[in-house]
Structure formats: structure tokens, C-alpha cells
Write a protein that binds this ligand. Structure first.
Ligand SMILES: *Cc1c(COP(=O)(O)O)cnc(C)c1O
Length: 351
């Protein structure tokens, strides 16, 4: 608290990101980063930008990156919006689309940034409980609302919804915006991008932080109807006209162009997810089905917070949420095989 703060700042309860430790040699399985590096073509593209050109502002409309993404998804460039990480894209979407008379709806167990944006922008919201097995039942969202948002796959559970379920929600929900946050869709789900031309109220948000290994560059996307996106552009241009710097623009284009690297590394993560899930089950964990690059698991005989603390002592960090319903779960990012083996060895010592 400081006496010069505006009243709204006193009331904020900010998001707490997962730890980015300074220590080397930790096995870091806590923030769902990709264990594999970005494409070599991304590194080359960034190097190509290093020079006198950096004195110039970047393209405020990110037009080449938007066109590259549009080509990838078979969309028009005006159906693509780019922001400084999908967290920024989400923030703009909340501000532009969710400040409505009726409350915004999202699951009780979900990405914990959503209520933070509601606090920042004064958006009224209701949480809808997931089923006992953490399944997201979209039929529960069929009620008057000022918008609906959920991740698919959901975070931190990893559970995936099918496109048919999303389409039935859209069929019954024509008067408010539905945002599908597809941060993890490339690890085994089917994107709702194909529904954009049929539903002008659908906004799909993606990030290059997870499946494209670029958490350090901060690039996020929104895909949707051009008129809907124009609302995001208005917010962006009232806030920061140049959210994507020159290095990030070059990196983003190269990341979408190198499809082989993308598919190969996603496949490695998916294969390793299966191995890690099986090992966890053998150790007595209950593991939720995951279509993401992490597993959500609970051990009936061990307290999750104590396990997370003991693992940390052993040099392995995983994520634990002190939150009702999920405080007995650990969220474990799928690492490289060697990381996962170190994790499993440390875990065996804790059990
Ligand atoms: C990681 C994550 C984001 C944020 O991604 P950035 O592009 O790195 O800001 C958004 N939504 C969900 C569900 C995530 O897990």
C-alpha cells in the first residue's frame, strides 16, 4: 500500500506466475514451457534482425506475421490479431468484449488469470463448477450471460473438449462472445478455428509460448471475425501501438513457416506425456486424461503440497495450487525424457 496509488490499484489481486528460478540445474516442470528449443530458422530470423534497423519502430499492424498465420489456418489477414503474449490478447478481449450487463461465465477450475482481468476491468463473473471428474460440461453454460471463456484443453486439468461440444454451445449462445483459449491445442486437440466463418461471436486465442517454444518472445494470437477483432485493435491502439517488437515479428513468422520442427517437437511431447503418465500411474497416482503438455495428478496416500516441497528440495519444481478442489493435485509439465526420469527418481524417494 502506498498513499499515492489510485483506489483501484489498492483493490487489485494480481496473478502470481509460476516461479522462474535463478538456480541452474533444476528440473523445471512448473510453467508448461516447451522442453525443446525453437526452430533453428527462428534463431536465424532473429539474428537477421539484429542491426541498425532496430532504431525503427516495428510494423504496428504486424501485417506479415498476420498474413503468415492467416495462410497457415486458411483465413484472411483481417481475421488474425497479434498481441504481446496471449495474456495481453486475453486482457484486450476482456476489456473489448466482456464488459457487459450480464456476468461472464467460466469454470471454477481454470486459468487463474481470468478472475484477475475481471478485477482489473470491473467485470462481473460467475464460475461454473466442473463435474466431479473435472469434465467441463458446456451444457451448464446455456444461461443468459455477458460472455463465456474457457481453455481447451482446460488448464490446469488438461482435459479436452471436442469440436462438436463447442459447436453446440455456439448454436445456443448467439448473443455474447465465446472465447476458446487454445494455449495447448497443438498437443492433441482440434482447433475451433474451423468454426470462425460460421460464428461471428467466436474468438479463438492461441500462443506461441507452448507448442512453438517461444515463451521468451511473448507472441499471442486471436483468430475470429474481422469485425470482432476490430474491437481488439481499438483497445490495442488505445494502449500500445507497437506490442510486438522486430525480433518477435521475425521469430513468429519463422516459427509458423517451419512446420516440420513444430510437428516433430509436438509429437515428442505427446509421446513423452504417455510415458510419464504411465509411470505416474504405476507409482500410485491418479492421472487425469491430458491433451496438453502437462499432467494433472493426485496421490491418494500423499499430500500434494508436501510432495511439491519435497521435490523442490530434490531439485525438481512442479506446480501446486492452494485452491479448493485441486489442492491435492500436482501439475507436472512434460519435460525431455531425461528431465522426466530425474523427476520420477526424485518422486520415488518422496513416496
Ligand atoms: C500459458 C497460458 C496462457 C498465456 O500464454 P502467453 O502467450 O505466454 O501469455 C494463456 N492461457 C492459458 C490457458 C495458458 O496456459
Amino acid at each position: 500500500m502506498n498513499r499515492f496509488w489510485s483506489p483501484i490499484v489498492e483493490q487489485l489481486s494480481p496473478y502470481v506466475p509460476g516461479e522462474q528460478p535463478k538456480l541452474e540445474d533444476l528440473v523445471k516442470l512448473n510453467t508448461n514451457e516447451n522442453p525443446y528449443g525453437p526452430s533453428p530458422r527462428v534463431i536465424e530470423a532473429i539474428q537477421g534482425e539484429l542491426g541498425d534497423g532496430l532504431r525503427l519502430y516495428p510494423d504496428p499492424t504486424a501485417s506479415r506475421l498476420r498474413q503468415t498465420v492467416a495462410d497457415y489456418y486458411d483465413l484472411q489477414a483481417d481475421q488474425v490479431f497479434i498481441g504481446n503474449g496471449s495474456d495481453e490478447v486475453l486482457a484486450h478481449a476482456f476489456f473489448a468484449l466482456f464488459q457487459q450487463q450480464r456476468p461472464l461465465l467460466f469454470p471454477d477450475i481454470t486459468y487463474s488469470f481470468y478472475p484477475v482481468y475481471c478485477g482489473l476491468y470491473g467485470i462481473d463473473y460467475r464460475t461454473i463448477p466442473l463435474a466431479e471428474d473435472f469434465a467441463l460440461r458446456l451444457s451448464d453454460y446455456a444461461r443468459p450471460n455477458g460472455g463465456v471463456i474457457f481453455p481447451n484443453p482446460n488448464a490446469p486439468t488438461g482435459r479436452l473438449l471436442g469440436l462438436d461440444e463447442i459447436e453446440s454451445l455456439l448454436q445456443g449462445n448467439r448473443d455474447s462472445v465465446v472465447v476458446v483459449d487454445e494455449a495447448y491445442i497443438d498437443f492433441g486437440g482440434e482447433s475451433a478455428v474451423s468454426l470462425i466463418d460460421s460464428y461471428a461471436n467466436l474468438l479463438v486465442i492461441q500462443t506461441l509460448s507452448k507448442s512453438r517454444s517461444l515463451a521468451g518472445m511473448r507472441i499471442g494470437l486471436a483468430l475470429g471475425n474481422a469485425g470482432l477483432l476490430e474491437g481488439l485493435v481499438r483497445v490495442k491502439d488505445s494502449f500500445n501501438s507497437y506490442p510486438i517488437d522486430r525480433l518477435a515479428l521475425a521469430a513468429g513468422i519463422a516459427a509458423f513457416e517451419d512446420e516440420d520442427h513444430f510437428h516433430r517437437t509436438c509429437r515428442w511431447v505427446i509421446d513423452e506425456r504417455k510415458v510419464l503418465g504411465a509411470r505416474l500411474q504405476e507409482s500410485g497416482f491418479e492421472v487425469l486424461p491430458s491433451a496438453a503438455n502437462f499432467l494433472f495428478a493426485s496421490h491418494p496416500g500423499h499430500d500434494a503440497a508436501s510432495l511439491a516441497a519435497a521435490l523442490r528440495e530434490a531439485g525438481v519444481i512442479v506446480r501446486h495450487f492452494r485452491q479448493p478442489r485441486i489442492d491435492q493435485y500436482l501439475r507436472i509439465t512434460v519435460g525431455k525424457p531425461a528431465d522426466n526420469l530425474r523427476f520420477l527418481a526424485a518422486l520415488a524417494d518422496c513416496l
